[in-house]
Write a protein of this length. Structure first.
Length: 181
């Protein structure tokens, strides 16, 4: 039971950090949508791991986790492109790989190699605009998605807990990036 409670707390931290991000970036439509996905994911995680009837929600939670992890990064990168004055066609290009691979059935995990393209775009736009928090954001995403991941155990700690805490730090860095820092 303690594993469930600790995971519910980690999801609560993610929800609070996402709510903070929504309040700080309310003028950034794409970013707000990405943060809303994280917020809903956190709430579903609280219910799935913290409620007595959480088993009923768990399958929906895991499906939503996949969607939020797969779609939030293109939303965040598109917002950075939009804020930097790139043409809208370049802004929306980040959704194309996700949509194509989703319809072809090749996008089955959150750590799909296509995410690297979005992270590379984030680093590019951050370097070109001197948003040093953007580089930290990309590095945090790499740690959260590829090093920790939401499945398994790391040093007797559920990796889902560490994953949610890493995403919370990523949310903070992303807010700073969207502010132009």
């Amino acid at each position: 039971m303690s594993l469930s409670v600790s995971t519910a707390i980690a999801h609560a931290v993610l929800s609070v950090s996402s709510a903070y991000a929504i309040s700080q970036t309310s003028d950034c439509v794409f970013a707000v949508l990405g943060f809303v996905l994280y917020f809903i994911n956190g709430i579903l995680g609280i219910v799935a791991y913290g409620a007595a009837s959480g088993v009923k929600v768990y399958k929906f939670y895991t499906s939503f986790l996949f969607v939020s992890l797969s779609l939030s990064l293109p939303l965040f990168v598109s917002q950075l492109y939009f804020d930097s004055g790139f043409p809208k066609s370049l802004t929306f290009m980040h959704f194309a790989p996700f949509i194509i691979s989703l319809f072809t059935g090749t996008f089955r995990t959150h750590d799909h190699p296509l995410q690297i393209l979005h992270l590379a775009s984030m680093v590019y736009i951050s370097l070109s605009n001197r948003y040093y928090y953007g580089i930290t954001t990309a590095f945090s995403f790499v740690i959260a998605i590829y090093a920790i991941g939401p499945i398994g155990m790391i040093l007797n700690t559920p990796s889902r807990d560490l994953f949610n805490y890493a995403l919370s730090f990523t949310v903070y860095f992303l807010v700073q990036t969207l502010r132009g820092r």
